[in-house]
Design a protein around this ligand. Structure first.
Ligand code: GLC
Length: 742
């Protein structure tokens, strides 16, 4: 038994932080049996552990069966010694389980409690793809800070967020968890997520640890098919896909989740080049790596292991520290060590990574984290959090079309809200954690709180499972001056396991559109969903389009705020809307090819049946007023090579507007092909009608650098700078020469 400390409490050995630092973690490891070390390397599903700590002999017997049944573990003591649990359910349960665990764990090592808190815990925020559209780190950091506050008082230590997989293929259902297609924006937001979750110190209340995912490259499955393999050149990997993970780790994220997919033919969870050489060697990561759900036991499927023992062997030798859900490390670890296939040093290294994060997060002093039932009641869904959810949701909405200023709506005009999203609380993804649809502000509630001149009619279900009530739809539409069609995919049609080969609206919703369209009244499409959908046809026939994604607990209020002009639309697309699914994957930062597209020239890089350009490009979004850019100026290069670009923005319309100025570069010639555009800076400005103002964006020399096999650095030469409204807008252009450093 470890030395007792002055403040030992009955629930196990709790040491002061200072003593913990002195009592080197290695001393703990030295005292652990091999079996205890292996149990520390397993994260089990709490709901199956329910009675493992019970003193009731009957329940203990149940748990023996449960251990066998769920974890294939013969000895419940292994379950009791587990390194952590997922899906802990609130402060009371967390404290109860931790206490029982500490009573049974000879080494007094607190369990981790981990949870998928992707876009909120009890107060649900917009999906990350929407948060990316804010083109601003502040909403992301605020969302993460509030999520951490609500989750930590429920006993959660680690959240499986941010998801940092760069995405370009709207067929993949999990694009909704990403912040989009741009490495620079994703990196900026990755840091904001980590700052929000982890704060400045784990000693400060209501912080949680960030476990970034899915390492690495999971966002590029071949053909957009879920869990399909990933085929990326090392150059693309390092230039586009790896940057956000690296940024989050540089910001201090404490954990990494290894992805399901293989990279260069080696599954991530057993990929030593990825998890050891790169993650630890090049990035200097010192936290722990946990597998994604059960994927240690999926190496036979991958075809790289012949049995469970080899699966465990490959994972441990590949640098995986913790196994989620499956329990091969516990069941096969002793055999592997006995047979010399794995050294106990490998085991000790994994346990060290896990314990060092527990120590860094203060779990030895505060094993219950910030769990507090009273604070749960005070924080969860409190007015402040709901107000922030409403404010942030509005920032993520993207105005894609606004013919003749049909928006904003007037509270005096009669508007019919028709469609499955007109009156529903289903405004968040399946990762809605502990959010509840009956706590969600619906569109009907949000609009009704602003005006009595609105009617609401769902008219049909989201998909063909339901029926279309054309009569009700026509009746509602006939009473209105304008129609807002509330359409889009629902939470079951996006997210994990929801790749789609067709991206158009479900037929029943398309039929509803045709029914309403026949009345010839102005129509606004209010588009919900977890991905860019194929809306080309409908976009040609409606007068306005506001993309609101899955906006969360306050979604209906935020929708009403923007539709009625109380809040300005300022979102910009974080991911391109494809012209058609046949264009996927599509992204703005592509390479020029040997023969860039030319009209009337067959043998150039293009399709014969669609344009190369997406329907709406990355960075695109409108305001309620037009703007004009002028007078682009650039400062002399500062000592560190930075250059400041200044542009004047004028509101040339009749309504206040928030403009997002985007600075793109193009490296005209490199030792390898370089993207036609790369986002390197953003600046926002809000202007009254007729008002103008300057926006300044700094471009640092290190932002010109790109990955070479021997490092990341810029190459001297000519660069084009475009200051634009979106990634396809020519905007104002200038050039500068990066001089060779002596
Ligand atoms: C899932 C997901 C991962 C999630 C984990 C735990 O399969 O891939 O994103 O964090 O399992 O729920």
């Amino acid at each position: 038994m470890r030395k007792k400390c002055a403040n030992t409490e009955k629930t196990g050995v709790l040491c002061s932080r200072k003593r913990r630092l002195e009592m080197d973690i290695r001393q703990i490891i030295e005292k652990m049996t091999l079996r205890e070390k292996l149990a520390q390397m397993v994260l089990l599903v709490q709901c199956y552990q329910e009675d493992v700590f019970s003193d009731d002999p009957g329940k203990r017997e149940f748990m023996r069966e449960a251990s066998k049944k769920y974890f294939d573990i013969d000895d419940p003591q292994d379950v009791m010694n587990t390194g952590g649990a997922i899906f802990v359910d609130g402060a009371e349960k967390a404290v109860e389980i931790q206490k029982k665990h500490l009573e049974h764990d000879r080494n007094g090592i607190p369990m981790f409690f981990m949870y998928d808190v992707i876009h909120g815990y009890r107060t649900i925020f917009p999906i990350p793809l929407a948060l990316g559209c804010a083109f601003d780190p502040e909403p992301v950091e605020t969302m993460s800070r509030i999520s951490a506050k609500e989750a930590s008082v429920s006993g959660i230590h680690i959240v499986y967020s941010p998801m940092l997989d760069l995405v370009r293929d709207a067929r993949w259902g999990r694009v909704m968890e990403s912040t989009g297609e741009d490495p620079w924006l994703n990196s900026l937001l990755a840091r904001a997520f980590v700052r929000g979750y982890q704060g400045r110190s784990f000693d400060r209340p209501y912080t949680v640890g960030a476990c970034i995912k899915h390492f690495a490259g999971y966002g590029a499955p071949v053909a957009g098919r879920e869990y399909n393999t990933v085929e990326l050149s090392e150059y693309s990997f390092m230039e586009f896909y790896m940057k956000a993970y690296a940024a989050a780790l540089d910001e201090g994220a404490v954990a990494v989740m290894s992805a399901f997919n293989a990279v260069e033919g080696v599954p991530c969870s057993v990929n030593g080049k990825l998890l050891k050489d790169y993650l630890r060697g090049e990035l200097g990561f010192d936290g722990f790596v946990i597998s994604d759900w059960g994927t240690v036991g999926e190496q036979i499927n991958h075809g790289v292991a012949s049995d469970e023992t080899e699966e465990a062997e490959l994972a441990i030798k590949g640098g995986l520290d913790m196994e989620m859900y499956s329990s091969l490390f516990v069941r096969k670890g002793e055999q592997l060590v006995a047979e010399g296939r794995v050294s106990e040093n490998d085991i000790d290294a994994a346990v060290y990574h896990i314990l060092s994060v527990k120590e860094k997060m203060g779990l030895f002093e505060r094993p219950f984290g910030w769990a507090d039932q009273a604070l749960e009641k005070r924080f969860h869904l409190c007015a402040e959090h709901r107000n922030e959810a409403r404010r942030i949701a509005a920032k993520t909405f993207v105005l894609l079309k606004n013919e003749n200023g049909i928006l904003p709506l007037s509270k005096e005009e009669k508007v019919a809200f028709i469609g499955p999203y007109a009156d529903t609380g289903r405004l968040f993804s399946r990762w809605g954690s502990k959010g509840r649809t009956d706590e969600t502000a619906t569109v009907k509630q949000g609009v009704s709180a602003k005006t009595r001149n609105a009617i609401f009619c769902n008219a049909c279900d989201f998909t063909e499972a339901g029926s279309l009530d054309s009569g009700a739809a026509v009746s509602a539409a006939e009473q209105a001056d304008k129609i807002v069609l509330c359409l889009g995919e629902n939470e079951d049609m996006c997210g994990e396991g929801a790749s789609r080969a067709f991206l158009e609206l479900p037929k029943i919703q398309a039929d509803l559109f045709e029914t309403v369209r026949s009345l010839g009244k102005p129509i606004i499409l209010l588009l919900f969903g977890g991905r860019p959908q194929e809306i080309r046809r409908i976009s040609e026939s409606v007068d306005g389009i506001l993309c609101v994604w899955l906006p969360g607990t306050e979604g209906g209020n935020a929708v009403a705020d923007v539709l009625y002009g109380d809040v300005l639309p300022e979102g910009r697309l974080s991911m391109s809307f494809p012209y058609t699914v046949g264009q996927c994957p599509v992204s703005y930062n592509c390479f020029n090819t040997n023969r860039p597209a030319k009209d009337n020239d067959r043998c150039t890089s293009k399709y014969i049946d669609i344009p190369n350009e997406p329907l709406y490009p990355f960075g695109y979004g409108l305001g309620y007023s037009s703007t004009e850019f002028s007078d682009l100026r650039q400062s002399d290069a500062e000592m560190n090579g930075s250059i400041v670009f200044t542009v004047n923005v004028k509101n040339t319309g009749g309504h206040p507007v928030t403009e997002t100025v985007q600075l793109y570069i193009r490296d005209i010639k490199g030792s390898v092909v370089r993207p036609v555009r790369e986002l390197k800076g953003i600046g926002k400005i809000t202007l009254l009608p007729g008002e103008s103002g300057d926006v300044r964006i700094r471009l640092d020399e290190k932002q010109l650098a790109f990955w070479h096999g021997d490092g990341t650095y810029a190459e001297p030469g000519l660069f084009k700078v475009s200051v634009s409204k979106n990634s396809l807008d020519v905007g104002l252009e200038t050039f500068f020469e990066l001089k060779k450093r002596n």
